[in-house]
Design a protein around this ligand. Structure first.
Ligand code: MN
Length: 319
């Protein structure tokens, strides 16, 4: 059942022993939401723990340093930033038993007893901020840094069109309350491992342009990926954004070798092209500006040829 913030806050105030679930392949928003809510509930004298089905990348370690580890049997499950319990992987059944879900996805599928969902919010952390205020908990430096992390990461450091005046007002208050925004933005948006830089350097060497520079493709072979021990899946995933950073490129493609004979193409497009439509030619899909598809039992050259041909055709169709 959809509820308003007051009902969500009443529930949190009246109960105890919370297990807060954050989604698999965690991002800054689910982790910032989970850690901030956990800290706030602990400050109210309640037992709370925040759990993620996947390993949390080390760059997020600071979010959890102020949380007191608590050993107890949970009575109430709260899901944060989770649009669908499928995103909980092996913890799906725990999520399906949730008492409360707090989320901002327009695609949110109701699964909890109580659902506080506001798709107008740029980040789930905007909702958690409002919940914590309503709970009457003071937003200290630690909570402010957690909430700032979620808002900054879900807005691409305040660059995406999901940003509203309210997003900036909340961020301003978080900074006033001590959010470590300089260090957070450096860790989230600037610093890269040596492996990541090497990966970008090697893939940029093989960039190819088509359709008068409107289509660009880069490739990453398994041999290259395996030769760089300090890269993670985020580093590999981020390659997909590189071709669209080049002026004039409207369809940016990255083809990665997943295993022998299996290739994944990721597409990023301008407003003039539908990435999902191109990916659908090969049984893939996704969003209008970001989509992907797979090619099995082939070679890198053939996979590139197919996805480039479909992209060039999309450009020609538009003329
Ligand atoms: Mn989010």
């Amino acid at each position: 059942m959809r509820i308003d913030i007051k009902t969500a806050v009443d529930f949190l105030r009246e109960n105890d022993d919370y297990l807060i679930l954050m989604h698999a392949s965690p991002d800054g928003d689910t982790l910032g939401s989970g850690s901030a809510l956990c800290l706030a509930l602990q400050k109210l004298g309640k037992r709370a723990k925040a759990v993620c089905p996947d390993v949390i990348p080390h760059r997020f370690d600071y979010l959890f340093k102020a949380i007191e580890p608590m050993d107890f049997e949970h009575k109430n499950v709260v899901c944060v930033d989770i649009a669908d319990t499928k995103l909980l992987a092996e913890m799906k059944s725990t999520g399906d038993a949730a008492q409360l879900a707090i989320d901002h996805h327009s695609s949110h599928k109701d699964f909890a007893k109580k659902e506080y969902v506001e798709p107008e919010s740029a980040a789930c952390c905007e909702l958690i901020y409002a919940v914590i205020k309503e709970l009457g908990v003071t937003i200290d430096k630690d909570i402010a840094s957690c909430l700032y992390t979620g808002i900054a990461t879900d807005t691409g450091c305040f660059k995406f069109t999901n940003v509203t005046p309210r997003t900036h007002s909340i961020a301003a208050e978080l900074i006033a309350n001590g959010a470590d925004f300089g260090a957070i933005n450096y860790a989230m948006f600037v610093v890269k491992t040596q492996g990541r830089i090497k990966l970008e350097q090697e893939t940029l060497k093989n960039i190819q342009f088509f359709a008068d520079g409107k289509v660009a493709v880069i490739t990453a072979s398994l041999a290259l990926i395996d030769s760089l021990p300090d890269i993670d899946t985020d580093d590999i995933g981020a390659l997909a954004n590189i071709p669209r950073e080049i002026a004039g490129v409207e369809i940016g493609i990255c083809v990665k070798e997943k295993k022998a004979g299996v290739f994944k193409a990721s597409l990023r497009t301008s407003d003039n092209f539908d990435a999902a439509e191109i990916a659908q030619n090969f049984g893939g899909g996704g969003h209008a500006r970001a989509a992907g598809c797979s090619f099995n039992g082939t070679t890198m050259e053939k996979a590139v040829e197919k996805i480039v041909k479909a992209s060039v055709e999309a450009v020609e169709k538009q003329k």
